[in-house]
Design a protein around this ligand. Structure first.
Ligand code: FES
Length: 125
């Protein structure tokens, strides 16, 4: 079984999903076996304004572990990601990053949903 550890920047409790990539699709949005597909199929909410079609950035996730186990990003994904608030070197679009390895162990962080690039957050000092 593959494992997907999910952490939430908004403070929701961590989740661990065990799944068999061969069982994809788990839901009906995003590429079959994508992080979005896995999350939705296990009743974990991830925004997906464009319906999982690589046309928005709301499904942005930050991969903390297991990047090499995900399908490689295509140019269309990279182009979209360039517009994502809070972009990191290990950012992916959840609807495009597919897990195929049945032994994959992946950790992702779901960033706080942000639209306003200019907004500043001041953490308690
Ligand atoms: S849901 Fe829109 S790009 Fe993934």
């Amino acid at each position: 079984m593959a494992k997907l550890h999910v952490k939430f920047e908004n403070g929701d409790p961590d989740r661990v999903i065990e799944f068999n990539p061969a069982d994809a699709p788990f839901h009906h949005d995003g590429r079959p076996g994508s992080i979005l597909d896995i999350l939705l199929g296990h009743k974990i909410h991830l925004e997906h304004a464009c319906g999982g079609n690589c046309a928005c950035t709301t499904c942005h996730v930050v991969v903390k572990e297991g990047m090499a186990k995900l399908s490689e990003a295509e140019e269309s994904e990279e182009d979209m990601l360039d517009k994502a608030p809070g972009l990191t070197p290990t950012s992916r679009l959840g609807c495009q990053a597919v897990v195929t390895d049945p032994n994959a162990e992946i950790t992702v962080v779901i960033p706080r949903f942000t639209i306003n690039l200019a907004s500043e957050s001041h953490e308690g000092s």
